[in-house]
Write a protein that binds this ligand. Structure first.
Ligand code: SF4
Length: 120
């Protein structure tokens, strides 16, 4: 199983985390800083993680172009620099709109693929 199983990313509400909390999440998240991100691309945007991409495209996360994601149609942007800046940043906007559990070390938060969850 990828990273030991699925995790619940939670809803898209803002958690109101501090900068230190956001930094700690982004640093340990394999979709963020710890494994270099996964860099999905859709509808002209490249984000470091799918949570950021999906939430932004649906208008649920107020990510900033050139700061949180690359606009591949912006011919004036230095896309390589933007991607490096994202990877080297302390966190991205989306980290406050996410459970942050993808980097968890708690096995109780992981679910086997295809295993039904009946709680909640
Ligand atoms: S938004 Fe969530 S999944 Fe994406 S880098 Fe931040 S903590 Fe990880």
């Amino acid at each position: 199983m990828h990273y030991g199983g699925w995790v619940d990313m939670g809803d898209f509400s803002a958690r109101g985390r501090t900068k230190d909390e956001l930094y700690a999440l982004f640093k340990k998240c394999p979709l963020g800083k710890s494994d270099g991100g996964c860099w999905p691309c859709w509808n002209g945007q490249i984000h470091i993680c799918a949570r950021s991409l999906c939430g932004t495209l649906q208008g649920l996360i107020p990510s900033k172009k050139g700061v949180d994601f690359v606009d591949i149609f912006d011919e004036t942007a230095n896309k390589r620099d933007i991607m490096m800046n994202i990877l080297n940043s302390d966190y991205i906007t989306a980290c406050d709109y996410c459970s942050g559990d993808f980097g968890t070390t708690d096995p109780a938060k992981r679910r086997k693929p295809a295993e039904q969850i009946t709680e909640g």
